[in-house]
Every structure is written in C-alpha cells, then in structure tokens.
Design a protein around this ligand. Structure first.
Ligand code: FES
Length: 104
C-alpha cells in the first residue's frame, strides 16, 4: 500500500487527535505527541467507539472516551482495560507540510 496524503500538518496540534479517511474508507486517528505524529485505527477494539473522541497525553497514552481503555499510540498496545486487543498502527511521514500514512 502506498502512502496516502491525509491532512495538512498545521491541522494537528500537540496532544490533539484528528480523524481522517483513507481511500478504502478506513478511518484513521492521527495523534501528535511530543511533536511527532502517529496513526492508529479510529476504532476502539473494545466496543468500536471512535478513538479520535478520546484524549492523549505526553506519555503516548490514548484514552478511549467511552469506557476508558488506554492504548499506546506508538505500537497500539493495550495499557489499560476494558480493551484486550491492540489497535492497528500505521506508518506516518510528514512531508511538504502534509501528513501521509500507509498501512504497515
Ligand atoms: S469502546 Fe473504547 S473502552 Fe469501550
């Protein structure tokens, strides 16, 4: 899968989340932590709530707004229940003032 341009870099501030859509209709949640951009599937593995409604801190922990499951945006791993399955992560590059993602 090729990199896809999904957002302008300026549209994602520090500790912010942004939901974007890939060409195949898949929704991805962009996250900026400590200046770096990460991307995970925009669907919690617990009850499919959009993770982009949650919050993220400088510890890279993204908390789902519905029941409080916590994921690490760097590798998608679960840090706190009730989720049990990790979320998928995407490769990210920032180039020409734009954010690009591609499936790993
Ligand atoms: S849907 Fe995310 S914790 Fe339940």
């Amino acid at each position: 899968m090729e990199f896809q341009r999904v957002a302008e870099e300026t549209s994602l501030g520090e500790n912010q989340l942004l939901s974007v859509e890939l060409g195949n209709g898949e929704r991805v949640c962009l996250v900026r932590v400590n200046g770096e951009v990460f991307a995970v599937t925009d669907r919690c593995t617990h009850a499919e709530y959009p993770l982009s409604d949650g919050s993220v801190g400088s510890d890279y922990h993204l908390e789902c707004a519905l029941h409080g499951a916590v994921f690490d945006v760097r590798d998608g791993s679960v840090q706190s229940p009730p989720a049990e399955e990790p979320v998928r992560t995407y490769e990210v590059k920032v180039e020409g003032g734009e954010i690009w993602v591609r499936a790993k």
